[in-house]
Design a protein around this ligand. Sequence first.
Ligand SMILES: Cc1cc2nc3c(=O)[nH]c(=O)nc-3n(C[C@H](O)[C@H](O)[C@H](O)COP(=O)(O)OP(=O)(O)OC[C@H]3O[C@@H](n4cnc5c(N)ncnc54)[C@H](O)[C@@H]3O)c2cc1C
Length: 343
Amino acid sequence: MQAELLVSVGNAGIWLDEHIRHLESHDILPVARAANDATYETDFGRIYLLAQDGALQVRIESPDEAALTTLQGSITHYLAETDPVLAKTITWSGVAPAPGQPKNFRKMTVAQVQPLSSWLLRMTLKGEDLAPFDQRGLHVRLMFPEVPGDRETVWPTIEPSGAVHYPDGDNSLTVRVYTIRQIRPESGEVDIDIVRHAGGAFADWSETAQPGDAVGMLGPGGGYFPPEGWLAIGGDDTAVPAILRILENRPNQTGGHVVIGLHSHQAPFEIALPANFMIDWVSTADLVDAMKAIAAPATGNGTYWFAGEAEQARALRTHFKSTLELPAERRSSAAYWRRTEPA
Ligand SMILES: Cc1cc2nc3c(=O)[nH]c(=O)nc-3n(C[C@H](O)[C@H](O)[C@H](O)COP(=O)(O)OP(=O)(O)OC[C@H]3O[C@@H](n4cnc5c(N)ncnc54)[C@H](O)[C@@H]3O)c2cc1C
């Protein structure tokens, strides 16, 4: 299915260049690029951008409506960051975003919460029609009402522009990104592994969540399985669910190097490594240096992957790109959380 957008911006060429630069900053590269157009292939479908006659044209082709909704949302999100007033006015032709809840939203309920260790909690969620969450992207947005109470929860809706509209005021939601650690679409279950840290709205809520509590789930989005071949993969506690899921999906013949950074109150645990993988457990303070110390294989073609605190992710993004000079498809460094002063 297909959807199109025509945005009259006058300086369309500049918008196109800016949009491409924005995607490149997320390590997303076009598969084709000419002076006034660019084409992207993603797990959610194809995006075609064209700057012509004072307008920016966007065409999306996706295999299903959930994937189309995701791509429409990401285009609108970019436009909203660049020109919020303009973004409000845009409308899609072809398959326009259907009013109501986003096609990639599921209302889930808590089935079980169990501690995996002193610092990690597993929350199992139950819901329907989960097959799309097993196919694209590793991550989801989870949400619950910010203000507890008996009134009915108001979930996000989709705006005509394709943007996700989150309720505000008394109906506000606490929204956080987590990794799907395991998914069993046949039994309608998803496991989310949550790092326990006092003072986090989501972390604190998960400690007291009860079976039957409602949780909204939007996605999947972003974070892909790295390509085949040798892999250097590292991160802190928040990246452990993603690292384990990625390692479980590595074909046996590839090797690599894992580095996990732990805080002083956390202890290493048993991990079933794929063949030819080695692992280093380090303190979070040494994580960046430990990642930098991993030597690439003599054969070349290695991939470097990191996720963790924003400053560490930034340092390693620069290292992968500028020092190791890795192409975008063989490097990824993502900020999973940002150290701020607790409110
Ligand atoms: C793509 C992606 C995937 C992620 N996957 C997971 C996952 O599978 N499991 C997981 O646990 N987290 C994961 N995270 C990280 C998680 O979203 C953040 O840690 C989030 O801030 C937790 O929300 P909170 O409401 O508990 O804390 P917040 O209310 O957001 O933060 C409150 C305070 O706690 C600090 N803080 C936030 N997170 C941590 C932390 N982990 N340790 C110590 N201090 C912290 C903040 O700096 C702030 O001062 C992921 C993030 C991204 C972007």
